[in-house]
Design a protein around this ligand. Structure first.
Ligand code: ZN
Length: 447
């Protein structure tokens, strides 16, 4: 098994991530977070929010609706250009994203360029392709009472999209925030939430899924200061990824996206690539979106998006720097970095070496023997104390101590606390360290 398969298997076995709608055989491109995955995901989202919003004086949060006025996507260009190159095999009718099955081409590939790569169909092995077609990745839905037998025109009037990015929920609220908070430039608006993309071929576990959670900031700056603010944001992303969530710096690589490959709105983009088990993939993006979005909204809505400088009285439309990270991508990067297999006294073990601030549980408490009421009673007292202090504490009295340690190693619990007969005499406990497996005696009061 590859390391990614090992991680997928561990995620299912220990309740981090299940295939979406698992009981019905799954649903392509969807994944469900289980009891431990929910805690890890929330820890990651909270760490981001704390670092980028709560600890700063220049950031404000919004939580916009997923369903937005369809004019949003006309103005942003998504209706016209949010598309992947779709190619169909004429032999077996399988459909693929052209740039994912052929080497050396990009999303803007033409039919001719694709045919020149002489790619064979990954399903049937033949080389008989139809033309490249642009496939829009936005999910459509209907708003209001639209019946299946209503005519196409009526149905098209009621079309809405599941948002393909959270960014537009921020842009449409820019004016509301300016008019209620009166922030000074530069300032940012942050949002966390779901986004939806109808990927042609979802794959690589939670890396390329059809429904994901994003964490985005639109940082509004005076036009002539975009470069210094871009550099500032660039530094903050490294700081967050390496110091706050503990990803190894040597696994993160910046990729300066060339003009032809950048999203339609961007004048400069750096992709922060991460060495995932199956290869290097985008973890987060930093884009200079210029005045693209606010200008579009101004044109489409007829409302001014101008900002008046408090000192000079000068008015202008601010420019935008956007750091954007996918929660699932960050989740998998953290899991892959934490995942280790080693050997303890000749026994193989799997251990997730999460940084303490991210581990689902900080402590596991257990009585040495579950059939000794005095040990269980004392352990319950210690458990309640630690639970009050640290919240994320788990209880385990199943199997023998060795099995409990294995299980806690697999879910990344940094410390296991065991209550034994000595505890009853001197109020000390055995604390076993996840990474070193060393055991020390500590007074309960010092935990
Ligand atoms: Zn085929």
């Amino acid at each position: 098994m590859s390391k990614l398969e090992d991680i997928v298997s561990l995620c299912k076995r220990r309740g981090f991530v299940f295939p979406g709608s698992d009981v019905y055989g799954g649903f392509a491109g969807t994944w469900d977070f289980g009891p431990l995955g929910v805690i890890l995901k929330k820890n990651l989202m909270d760490a981001w929010w704390h670092y980028f919003v709560e600890e700063r004086d220049d950031m404000y949060g919004v939580d916009a609706a997923i369903l937005m006025n369809p004019r949003t996507w006309e103005a942003s260009g998504h209706t016209a250009t949010f598309a992947d190159p779709l190619v169909e095999c004429k032999e077996c009718k399988s459909r693929f994203r052209a740039d994912k099955i052929a080497d050396g081409i990009t999303e803007s590939v033409t039919t001719e360029e694709f045919l020149n790569t002489h790619t064979k169909c990954p399903v049937c092995g033949k080389e008989n392709w139809g033309p490249i077609r642009k496939f829009n990745m936005m999910f459509t839905t209907h708003v209001g009472a639209v019946l299946p037998d209503d005519d196409a025109e009526l149905a098209s009037k009621n079309i809405a999209y599941l948002r393909p990015e959270t960014a537009q929920g921020i842009f449409v609220n820019y004016k509301n925030v300016v008019d209620t908070i009166y922030p000074s430039l530069p300032f940012g608006i942050a949002q966390q939430g779901k986004a939806f993309r109808n990927e042609i071929s979802p794959r690589d576990f939670i890396l390329r899924d059809r429904e994901c959670s994003q964490m985005e900031i639109e940082y509004f700056v005076a036009p002539d200061t975009w470069e210094e603010n871009f550099e500032k944001m660039r530094g903050l992303q490294h700081d967050f990824l390496e110091k706050v969530v503990g990803l190894p710096a040597e696994s993160i690589h910046e990729y300066e996206v060339p003009a032809g490959d950048r999203a339609h709105y961007s004048k400069r983009t750096i992709d922060f690539m991460f060495d995932y088990p199956n290869g290097s993939e985008e973890l987060m993006g930093l884009a200079y979106r210029t005045v693209f979005d606010l200008n579009n909204i101004q044109r489409e809505s007829g409302k001014s998006m101008e900002y008046r400088d408090k000192q000079t009285g000068e008015t202008f439309v601010p420019h935008v720097i956007e750091p954007s990270v996918g929660v699932e991508r960050l989740f998998l990067a953290v899991l892959a970095s934490a995942y280790c297999e080693d050997e303890i006294d000749g026994n193989k073990r799997i251990v997730l070496k999460f940084p303490e601030n991210l581990a689902p549980y900080k402590y596991c408490v257990s009585p040495l023997l579950k059939n000794k009421p005095e040990l269980v009673e004392k352990a319950r007292v210690v458990y309640e104390q630690l639970k009050q202090k640290y919240t994320f504490v788990t209880w385990d009295d199943s199997g023998n101590i060795g099995k409990r340690y294995r299980k806690q190693d697999e879910i990344g619990t940094p410390k296991c606390v065991v209550i034994d007969f000595d505890t009853l005499d001197d109020d000390t406990v055995t604390v076993r360290d996840r990474d070193t497996t060393e055991q020390v005696r500590i007074e309960i009061a010092k935990l």
